[in-house]
Design a binder for this molecule. Structure first.
Ligand SMILES: Nc1nc2c(ncn2[C@@H]2O[C@H](COP(=O)(O)OP(=O)(O)O)[C@@H](O)[C@H]2O)c(=O)[nH]1
Ligand SMILES: [Mg+2]
Length: 111
C-alpha cells in the first residue's frame, strides 16, 4: 500500500504508523517508510502515533531492542512532528484505550 499513501496526505492531521512487533524482519522496511512519511511536506504539521502492534505474540526481540535497532529516539528527536509511541495488541485490545485518548487529545487541541 505504501506507493499510494501520498494520495491521502492532504488534510491529514494525525498519522498512526503501525509496526508489527512480532516480526522484526520487517523493521528496516518499516523504518524507511516512516522516514519517508516524516519528511513529506504535507505531513509536517501532523501528530504522529507510532504503534507497536501484536505485543501478545512471542518475539525474539524486545520492543526496546527494536526501537534501538532503528534508532527511533533519534528519529523522534529530529522529526518536525510531535511523535508519541504506544505498545498495543489489536487482538487482545491491550493499549487501544490509550490510542483513542491520543486521538481525542490530538483533535481537541486542534493540532
Ligand atoms: N496475534 C495478533 N494478531 C493480530 C494483531 N493485529 C492483527 N493481527 C492479525 O494479523 C493478520 C493480518 O496480518 P498483518 O501482518 O497485520 O497485516 P499485513 O502485514 O498488512 O498483511 C490478521 O490475521 C489479524 O487478525 C495482534 O495484535 N495480535
Ligand atoms: Mg504483516
Amino acid at each position: 500500500m505504501g506507493p499510494i499513501w501520498s494520495s491521502y496526505y492532504g488534510n491529514c492531521r494525525s498519522l498512526l504508523f503501525m509496526i508489527d512487533a512480532s516480526n522484526p524482519t520487517q523493521l528496516s522496511a518499516s523504518c524507511m517508510q516512516l522516514l519517508g512519511l516524516l519528511s513529506a511536506e504535507p505531513l509536517a504539521e501532523a501528530s504522529v502515533l507510532i504503534l507497536f502492534n501484536k505485543t501478545d505474540l512471542p518475539c525474539y526481540m524486545t520492543i526496546e531492542e527494536m526501537k534501538s535497532l532503528i534508532r527511533l529516539p533519534d528519529i523522534i528527536a529530529h522529526a518536525k512532528q510531535n511523535i508519541t509511541m504506544a505498545e498495543i495488541s489489536a487482538w487482545t485490545g491491550t493499549g487501544l484505550a490509550g490510542v483513542l485518548h491520543w486521538l481525542q487529545d490530538t483533535h481537541r487541541t486542534g493540532r
